[in-house]
Design a protein around this ligand. Structure first.
Ligand SMILES: [Fe+2]
Length: 346
């Protein structure tokens, strides 16, 4: 795939855990000289990706290895675009914009949730508009995803729950997406079933490799479904919480999910019945709230410390953030619909 790898990772975990040096040693023993960029922050900014790419270009890197959670992997995928295409990065936001094939990417996830290791998306913060921008291209799907549950066991319980619910949201939103198909549905159902069984269990047994393995696989399966089906409005609405309050991506999705899904549930009677069967509930909102409770996730936005006075401001932001998802649901959404979902969620 290349001879000069650029390793892109966050500010500590890969280093502390020994993963970074393990990868480095493997590459050196294969005769490759890696260049290391370990400054990716949570929700990476355009400037971080530009800095990683600059380091890679200066050192003639021709391969990118992303190590970490979604932020590190997304930054790696976006940097791979800039190794073969001219800066600035913002000209590649949107769908299939890179002109030249990006450098090949290898990903090693250290959380079970984002599934960036198999998706065509890199989400980067645009500081000018303070919005999350998506670079979507099949050409940035990693050539190789190395799934080793060993690297996820040190994730604490709260982050395990939050990232696990990101995977759950991917699986459920892709399952309901009108862009889905029989194949993505199969991946989603398998993923949902595995998460419902494994996620509450792993929280009381964080070192359990078999449960960690099931969560990692469930996350990746959901990611494979995402490439064809995409997410629906829950992810778009969750972005607004992250941007306004800094709520973590997985937690923001988990907090809203019972309310967004209940709001549109009537459009998907058979699929919602299947979900209720998996959750062991009669009512989908109650079932999803109970599942959150089992993961120690607050059941409302007030409990999560958010301000009810912000509803109209948040609803306006939802209109912009959910725009891309609207073709994938069965109804039209207005600012009033978003406000109503938020009102119920508080
Ligand atoms: Fe996500």
């Amino acid at each position: 795939m290349g001879t000069r790898p650029l390793l892109v990772t966050g500010r500590g975990f890969a280093h502390r855990s020994g993963l970074l040096s393990a990868v480095e040693n493997h590459l050196v023993s294969a005769g490759l000289k890696p260049v290391i960029f370990e400054r990716v922050e949570p929700d990476p900014a355009v400037s971080t990706v530009e800095a990683a790419a600059e380091l890679g270009r200066t050192n003639h890197c021709d391969l990118v290895i992303g190590i970490g959670g979604g932020s590190a992997m997304d930054a790696a995928k976006a940097a791979a675009v800039l190794l073969t295409n001219p800066s600035p990065l913002d000209r590649y936001f949107g769908s299939e914009k890179p002109h030249h094939p990006p450098a090949p990417v290898v990903c090693i996830p250290t959380t079970a949730g984002t599934a960036s290791e198999v998706t065509q998306y890199a989400v980067i913060i645009d500081p000018q508009t303070q919005t999350k921008k998506t670079l979507a291209s099949e050409s940035i799907i990693p050539r190789l995803a190395l799934l080793n549950p060993q690297w996820t066991v040190s994730l604490p319980a709260d982050l395990t729950a939050a990232t696990g619910m990101d995977a759950f949201s991917h699986a459920l939103e892709a399952f309901l997406s009108t862009a889905g198909n029989g194949l993505s549905d199969a991946f989603c159902l398998q993923s949902l079933e595995m998460i419902i069984q494994a996620l509450p269990a792993v929280l009381t047994d964080l070192q359990n490799l078999d449960l960690r393995r099931r969560m990692l696989l469930a996350s990746t399966l959901a990611g494979l479904a995402l490439n064809s089906a995409g997410t629906i409005i829950n992810h778009g609405m969750a972005y607004t919480l992250t941007i306004r309050y800094g709520t973590g991506h997985g937690l923001a999705n988990a907090l809203l999910l019972p309310y967004t899904i209940a709001y549109i549930a009537d459009d998907y009677p058979e699929k919602i019945a299947r979900l209720c069967q998996l959750l062991g509930c009669e009512d989908v909102e109650v079932g999803l709230l109970n599942f959150n409770s089992r993961l120690n996730i607050p059941t409302g936005l007030t409990e999560a410390g958010l301000d009810q006075g912000d509803i109209s401001l948040l609803a306006d932001a939802c209109v912009a953030n959910c725009q891309r998802a609207l073709p994938r649901i069965k109804r039209k959404m207005t600012v009033k619909d978003y406000a109503e979902i938020l009102r119920r969620a508080f």
